[in-house]
Design a protein around this ligand. Structure first.
Ligand SMILES: [Zn+2]
Length: 95
């Protein structure tokens, strides 16, 4: 499995996809249900505190979850633990 540390960014003012979750400290996305997917799994960690924002997912799954096919779409996840905003890049081919 590959771990990706997200980039910490300032709070987005006009971002289309911002997930805020500060009451429940659990990953936003958990791809365990997709165990049959043969491709490699990725976990996204908070760039500040290493909290697991999403685990066991394929980057394509996030795109599907958001019902969009825009390449390189940036999603912002607020870390439940440290409340920083993490920029989650679905275009992760250049790791
Ligand atoms: Zn954090």
């Amino acid at each position: 499995m590959t771990d990706i540390k997200c980039k910490i960014i300032p709070e987005p003012q006009d971002h289309k996809f911002v997930f805020r979750q500060t009451s429940v400290k659990s990953p936003y996305f958990d791809g365990d249900d997709y165990a049959e997917v043969p491709s490699s799994k990725i976990s996204y960690l908070c760039g500040n505190c290493d909290f697991t924002l999403a685990k066991n997912i394929h980057s394509d799954q996030i795109v599907q979850l958001l019902s969009t096919d825009q390449p390189g779409l940036n999603i912002v996840l607020q870390c439940p633990q440290c409340e920083k905003f993490n920029e989650l890049r679905t275009n992760s081919s250049k790791i």
